[in-house]
Design a protein around this ligand. Sequence first.
Ligand SMILES: [Ca+2]
Ligand SMILES: [Ca+2]
Ligand SMILES: [Ca+2]
Length: 254
Amino acid sequence: MDRDDCHKCANGGTCYDLGGRTGLFTCECVFGWEGDTCERDFDECHPSSEEVMSANGHTLMECDTHAQCANTPGSYGCECDAGYTGDGLACVDADDCEFTPCNNGGTCMDCGILCFVCDCTAGWRGRSCQEDWDECKLGIHTCHNDAQCSNTPGSYECICDEGYSGDGFSFCVDVDDCVEYLPGEDPAIYTDDIVRVDADGNYLTPCGSYDEAQDLFYKHGECITWTPPTSLRARARRGGPTTTATAMSTSAVG
Ligand SMILES: [Ca+2]
Ligand SMILES: [Ca+2]
Ligand SMILES: [Ca+2]
């Protein structure tokens, strides 16, 4: 063999000398390469009929219907389309919930190719449950009439109006402003305000409460103590609201 004639087969091709000192040779290429000296990549993704014939007996892999052929130097591969998963020869519907697209505790359901549906927890909405409901603006809150709604991410709060205390939902009562309602307490203990009636017999808004033990009247809003007239103290001790206009004058407490 005249080795001088056989040094030009690239990419692992096998060279055959065609005759001593003729300078002629031929290359047998490994699969994936073609050309006289195996210098050219075989584009398996777009083979001509000639190339298929010369595929050295190799059967070209057929990519799945839902895959794309990707040519590489000396080889090729199959890549599943978006929404599918597999080795490229067989592609199946991918799990679109794999990367937990539903936020804030939402439940994900795969609904086909590149499709997911989120079942959001209360307080959240949007395709991925990323959007907070503004319950206050939407008017779907359950705040008490004497409370203000305050939106929060995923929920909302109800804050009793100034001068009222309670849980903000089931009750907000006009109470001694020096005492704050604590969750778990019986709201009834905050409802013993003295009811005043004016000279015409009309009920006036309760404006304070009377502490019999301490003999102190708590005026709402300012947290000051005030000693009511003897007549009022007497009625308060008897229990129940005062019912006559003479119990106290409007100016005396407010
Ligand atoms: Ca190739
Ligand atoms: Ca899917
Ligand atoms: Ca909210």
